[in-house]
Design a protein. Structure first.
Length: 273
């Protein structure tokens, strides 16, 4: 099932079924695991039943999909794979934390070196550094673009971002673009941002981000004051600075990043308990 077909089918569902299907979206994509494929088949059948107004049957099929997903979640969900991707990791003790996922993103620039970072309440985190290139915008736009790239870096840590996820952003201009894109203004971009296709043939990062958030009105983007000792924001800020420094210095970034995230998440969960 293509993403556009899934979203069209989703729009036909009443609210209770809509939320349950959205939470199972990841299983609709092709998988190599038989249990995950079975869960995806149940979701697709539920959508077919709902299309013919058979909402009781759709609910029963979603019961089956949820049982299959819960039984096999730890074996095959993509966030376990993402922990082995460059620049990404996870503090496993928080992987099964209950409640909606809350995450923070941030960016850092100094001279020609920049870094982005994210951390989520379920233990996932990521950091990435880079040097500025000739195609990068300058001035305030350069920082703004990096703030938005950090959000894209976070959301792509998931096969499908969790339903109802809250993303904390300390950049007001970045927040304005995210809300604009959610409202359908996906052609609006920061000044100087290069819209030409990248060498890989992919769309530019912010174009992909705009299209992603436009299809996910359930995602919540919220402002958080910088440097006010909000645990998640401080962790994301620390990761962004670490990634930026790593561009020009040599040190074991993986061990430091993991330790930093573990400390801040311990504080976060203690305060949230």
């Amino acid at each position: 099932m293509r993403p556009d077909e899934f979203l069209r089918a989703l729009e036909l569902l009443p609210a209770p079924l809509h939320d349950r299907v959205l939470a199972l979206r990841t299983y609709v994509k092709p998988r190599h695991c038989e249990s995950c494929t079975a869960a995806g088949d149940a979701v697709r059948l539920a959508l077919t039943a709902a299309r013919y107004d058979e909402f009781g049957e759709a609910a029963r099929l979603l019961d089956t999909a949820e049982r299959l997903a819960a039984r096999h979640d730890l074996a095959c969900r993509p966030h376990h794979e993402s922990a082995h991707q460059p620049g990404r990791g996870q503090v496993r003790r928080w992987a099964a934390a209950s409640g909606p996922v809350i995450a923070a993103t941030d960016a850092s620039w100094k001279g020609r070196a920049g870094g982005i970072g994210y951390v989520a309440s379920d233990g996932r985190y990521g950091l990435r550094g880079r040097r500025s290139g000739r195609g990068d915008p300058t001035g305030c736009s350069r920082v703004l673009v990096s703030e938005l790239r950090a959000v894209e870096f976070l959301l792509t840590a998931y096969d499908t971002p969790p339903a109802g996820m809250t993303v904390l952003v300390d950049s007001v201009p970045a927040l304005a673009f995210l809300h604009r894109w959610q409202g359908g203004e996906t052609e609006s971009m920061p000044a100087g941002y290069d819209l030409r296709p990248r060498r890989s043939g992919m769309k530019p990062t912010l174009v992909r981000l705009a299209e992603l958030v436009a299809g996910r009105p359930d995602l919540m983007f919220t402002h958080v004051k910088a440097h006010a000792y909000h645990c998640l924001n401080e962790a994301a800020d620390g990761l962004a600075h670490m990634a930026r420094r790593r561009v020009e210095e040599r040190f074991d970034v993986r061990e430091r990043a993991h330790g930093l995230v573990e400390a801040f998440l311990r504080d976060w969960h203690a305060l949230a308990a």
